[in-house]
Design a protein around this ligand. Sequence first.
Ligand SMILES: N[C@@H](CCC(=O)N[C@@H](CS)C(=O)NCC(=O)O)C(=O)O
Length: 338
Amino acid sequence: MKITTLAAAATLALAGLQGAQAATLDVVKKRDAVVCGTTTGFAGFSAPDAQGVWRGLDVDLCRAVAAAVLGDANKIKVVPLNSQQRFTALQSGEVDVLTRNTSVTQQRDTALGIIHAGINFYDGQGFMVPKKLGVNSAKDLDGATICMQTGTSNENTLADWARAHKITYKPVVIETFNEVVNAFAAGRCDVFTTDASGLASIRISKMEKPDDYVVLPEIISKEPLGPFVRQGDDAWLNIVSWTLAAMIEAEEYGLTTANVDEQLKSDNPNVRRILGVTPGAGKNMGLDEKWAYNIIKQVGNYGESFERNVGQGSPLKIKRGLNAQWADGGLMYALPIR
Ligand SMILES: N[C@@H](CCC(=O)N[C@@H](CS)C(=O)NCC(=O)O)C(=O)O
């Protein structure tokens, strides 16, 4: 009886808490800015440039949400979060959306009061080692000291993989990104493990001599990275996931920052719906009909954002691979805006 009462009280308290949290769209409109949780600085995905302006594939997604909701991609506030802090910041309402290399997993999507709003980068966990170690395969890592960051999915994935492959290793788990990078650069561990995108970024942007390091060929997991929002605010979930869909679908239809004004004259019914020439999509979400036009005009389509931040127009030079459009053999398949 007592336990039931306590459980009921807890449920009520939770419901009260959720009820007390105002609709995110209203909060964002009133504040006139979207608050996004990012990394503390992970080049290509979310990091400040030399002028202190936050840039990256994940920052572009944040900017796209601001363009869709407020008509201005610059109306963002960035809250830098390390891996450990990110979920609490979203749960507590400190950020409106987490746009930060976060792997979607069943546990995160169901047990933390948060939910993913699409995938903006299909990744997998890998390993980086100094060339001088002479290691060519992850299978040769038996006995290695392996650096990783606290609060990442990388910790458990590595443990599972090592057990399955009968590999023993010594974990060095460090809370902040720069410290774990410094530990690796200083040779306090033989190996750095995280998402392959993370390794590419660390190698180019953090290692003094990138050519002294090699990323091993093995990818040991699926790491589908995407934005997260709080559970229980479906209108906001819709806005974030359809913002991402609009970027991906804009690429599919060849809509770019440079040609979007010209495309307003297109007679393709899909293009007309995306750009709000045929109204409806914006109103359905409580947004201006120019929501997707503003995203494309101010931020660009998914491919433009990819190439500029992590692809051929960036130092990382990551290939599209799984992140190519479905028509090109990749997994980027936007749900249709109609
Ligand atoms: N995708 C993995 C790893 C993501 C992650 O947090 N990676 C670290 C290492 S690259 C990172 O981004 N750190 C940046 C920071 O803490 O500021 C996850 O969701 O757990």
